[in-house]
Design a protein around this ligand. Structure first.
Ligand code: DGL
Length: 265
């Protein structure tokens, strides 16, 4: 790595889901400047072809590089599982990806039944298949596509009764299989944890990858000597979205010190 340490960490996602990852990174690395791109106009990625997802990821990467990102967090499981290899091979900065935390679930399950709630694009990806094959074969993985969840979140319906019904119908097949660990394989789903907990109670451990991504980002920046060491300067957090989104504004309001929301992408 050979960039300016005060350059921002870049993040992108198909929309607002990756802000759940941004929050974890910001908590762990509060002195880092950040820049976040929500490609909400093209959400959901999960239903798109691999080629289309790759095209969006390239466009998002170029945008963040133009804004001098020193590292890019691909804050989207669908984008990671379909495009991270290409991005790493074709760009000269580090990329941090996020994948469903199956390995961790494999370690916590007691009855050897884990559920994975993710998008179609993630579940059908080669990388997901590869990761699933790596865990203990006596563990049963029950995969479930989170139909409609991303759309409802993007449309500001996180707390609606329609959402509750959708969540229930996604969880039901896994509950019938008696899972005791549930992997949230999409960054958007982190915003549904309270509703999911209401349905699954305390018997099922909910696992997401936010903290692991934050730790990995810190590790890579540290090993490349790229931690921002500029002192006495206020950090900046710039958010870009290419579609009107009341949900994003609402989420970011709760998490100061966010100052700028631009919509010019
Ligand atoms: N946040 C994305 C993920 O983690 C959502 C995918 C989508 O847009 O369908 O997979």
């Amino acid at each position: 790595m050979n960039t300016i340490k005060s350059n921002p960490i870049g993040f992108f996602d198909s929309g607002i889901g990756g802000t759940s990852i941004w929050q974890e990174v910001n908590k762990l690395l509060p002195k880092e400047n950040t820049i976040y791109l929500a490609d909400s106009k093209n959400a959901p990625y999960g239903q798109k072809s691999k080629e289309k997802i790759l095209e969006y990821c390239i466009k998002n990467t170029e945008f963040l590089l133009n804004k001098n990102a020193k590292i890019i967090v691909v804050a989207c499981n669908t984008a990671t599982t379909n495009a991270i290899n290409y991005l790493r091979e074709n760009y000269d900065i580090p990329f941090i990806g996020i994948e469903p935390a199956i390995k961790k679930a494999g370690l916590v399950t007691k009855n050897k039944k884990i559920g994975v709630l993710a998008t179609k694009g993630t579940i059908n990806s080669k990388l997901f298949e590869k990761t699933s094959n790596k865990i203990d074969h006596s563990i049963k993985i029950i995969e479930q596509i989170g139909y409609g969840l991303v759309e409802l979140i993007e449309n500001g319906e996180i707390h609606s009764s329609k959402m509750e019904k959708h969540i229930y119908s996604c969880l039901d097949p896994m509950l019938k299989e008696n899972i005791d660990a549930l992997v949230l394989g999409c960054t958007h789903y982190a915003f549904l944890i309270p509703q999911i907990k209401k349905i699954v109670g305390n018997h099922i451990q909910i696992i997401d990858s936010g903290l692991a991504v934050a730790k990995q980002t810190k590790r890579i920046l540290t090993s490349g000597d790229q931690i921002n060491s500029t002192i006495n300067k206020k950090t900046f957090h710039n958010f870009y979205i290419n579609r009107e989104s009341k949900t994003l504004v609402e989420i970011l309001k709760k998490h100061n010190p966010i100052k700028v929301i631009e919509r010019d992408f």
